[in-house]
Design a protein around this ligand. Sequence first.
Ligand SMILES: [Zn+2]
Length: 284
Amino acid sequence: MVLFDAVIAAGTIVLGTQSALAATKPFTIVIDPGHGGADLGTVYNDGKTFTAEKNVTLVIAREAARQLRARGIRAVLTRDSDRDVPLASRTQLANRIGADLFLSIHMNSTATPMVNDAEGTETFILNNTTDASSRRLAHLENSVIGGNPNDSPEQLDVALILKDLRLDANLAGSKQLACLLQQKLVTGISASYRFSPALTHIRNRGVRQALFHVLLGADMPSALLEVGFLTNARDRSITAAPYGQRAIGRSIASAIEQFKLGRKTQGAAAVPAGGAAAVSCRIH
Ligand SMILES: [Zn+2]
């Protein structure tokens, strides 16, 4: 019993020290604009307009960071220009500065736009999934310059298993982050386009799981946002236009702000009525 109490006491001291550290360090999110430099990401080209994922993700990430800073939240970008950044360096930055959240921003595409005109916004958390469309998307996002082409699926499985403890610790936070992002994106875009009936409903594809290499190294809750499909005309009108990009940035900032608020109240004896309640959603 004495030993048990001592362990509890030691645990309390450790927790107390962590809380003290957390109190002095500003809440920080690392925002990762997908791709960059020679890695264009997915591309839309109809002969008249050329849109590359790497440019759209950079503008949206900058916009989200600007709106977060306006709300007093520290936001750091993994790249603030059109340059190559290896996947591993992106989470390494977040780990090095002790970020509270890591968010990677991407644009989706479909292999056969004329046959299957997929559309909508979806948010992913890290998992080794068996879902075929998630696997295809993960394969696309993972096959970038700077990745390790020698990594076999087995090696990646091992890497994932080694990360299991860390994943477990961050899973609840990652789910919370993904649910908030998904909810704020869908409602935020709808509200911003309420006077444009053709654009007002971006399809809600929900929160899903996939094995994204860029999230593997994160030591904190993380998510990967596929804002919309570059292959879909309606999604493109929103995500590639400055007005839509501001709305998306505002929605991301709002989700992060609510996450921060929710985490603060978690430690309190009682969550105040009307305060930031935890958001839950179905994980596909
Ligand atoms: Zn991408």
